[in-house]
Design a binder for this molecule. Structure first.
Ligand code: NDP
Length: 252
């Protein structure tokens, strides 16, 4: 039910952090992986890590805010493997400050990186999934898809948008056999949040105090839910947004 043998998965931002944790999970379930990132050396290192475990993996160097780049990696996956079964829209970033301190340029850049990227990559794979009459799209939201964060207004807006975009595509594409779901990670220890702990005083202690599991998540914590949402096991699940957060969003 969870077997991904013969399936082809594209993971944006798959060269590190949560994306690489998800890629490891999909590879261990049998999928061939295409990892998308901007940093070529980092992406090749991640591909080598997966290949060393016996997985089929390749790199695509692309900026997910650029439409032609998204079309490019979708075409490359199709040429290489003849099919695309799974897209994980994971690439994203954040810059932390009070809402009134963002410039319009910064606002647009964050919306592009986190939300428009999800639109562009989804549109790039849609014709293939539609032809196959099957496909799985997994979008990465955040706790800020649910809550606001005083230091992350554009990020919160983009991640709220990711969930609503997920639901809209889920309802539109169910008739094509395509399921579109979101994972909402809690606080996960990655480069992104290592920066956050430096920039936001007391963040580490607040996360530990509020997370019932009593720890930060690690990228591999996301793998199981990503495999589930990419596999036959979730064929009747679409439009869902599943927190993977050690209980953070359930705590009053
Ligand atoms: P990292 O900073 O560790 O990884 C971000 C990844 O996204 C990198 O692989 C980076 O690749 C890629 N990326 C960023 N911008 C672009 C772009 N324009 N084009 C292509 N690739 C891009 O962050 P995380 O692993 O922590 O975050 C991954 C996702 O999870 C993000 O969407 C984030 O918002 C979300 N998330 C993270 C949480 C956490 O606690 N860590 C909590 C909730 C959500 P490269 O270096 O090559 O540019």
């Amino acid at each position: 039910m969870f077997d991904l043998s013969g399936k082809v998965a594209i993971v944006t931002g798959g060269n590190g952090g949560i994306g690489l944790g998800i890629a490891r999970g999909l590879a261990s379930a049998g999928a061939a992986l295409m990892l998308v990132g901007r940093d070529a050396a980092k992406t090749e290192r991640a591909v080598a890590e997966l290949a060393a475990t016996g997985a089929t993996a390749s790199a695509a160097i692309a900026d997910v805010t650029v439409e032609a780049d998204c079309r490019g990696f979708a075409e490359a996956a199709l040429q290489r493997h003849g099919r695309i079964d799974i897209l994980v829209n994971n690439a994203g970033t954040n810059w932390r400050k009070p809402p009134q301190d963002y410039s319009l340029e910064e606002w647009r850049a964050l919306i592009d990186a986190n939300l428009t990227s999800t639109f562009l990559a989804s549109m790039a794979v849609f014709p293939t999934l539609q032809c196959q009459r099957a496909g799985k799209i997994v979008n990465i939201g955040s706790m800020t898809s649910i809550f606001g964060a005083s230091f992350a207004a554009p990020y919160s807006a983009s991640k709220g948008g990711v969930v609503q975009f997920t639901k809209a595509c889920a309802t539109a594409w169910a008739e094509h056999g395509i399921q579109v779901n979101a994972i909402l990670p809690g606080w996960i220890d990655t480069e992104l949040t290592q920066q956050g702990r430096v920039q936001v005083p007391g963040l580490n202690e607040r996360v530990l105090a509020r997370t019932p599991a009593g720890r930060w998540g690690v990228p591999d914590d996301l793998a199981g839910t990503a495999v589930y949402l990419s596999s036959r096991a979730s064929d009747f699940v679409t439009g869902a947004a599943i927190p993977v957060d050690g209980g953070y969003s359930s705590q009053a």
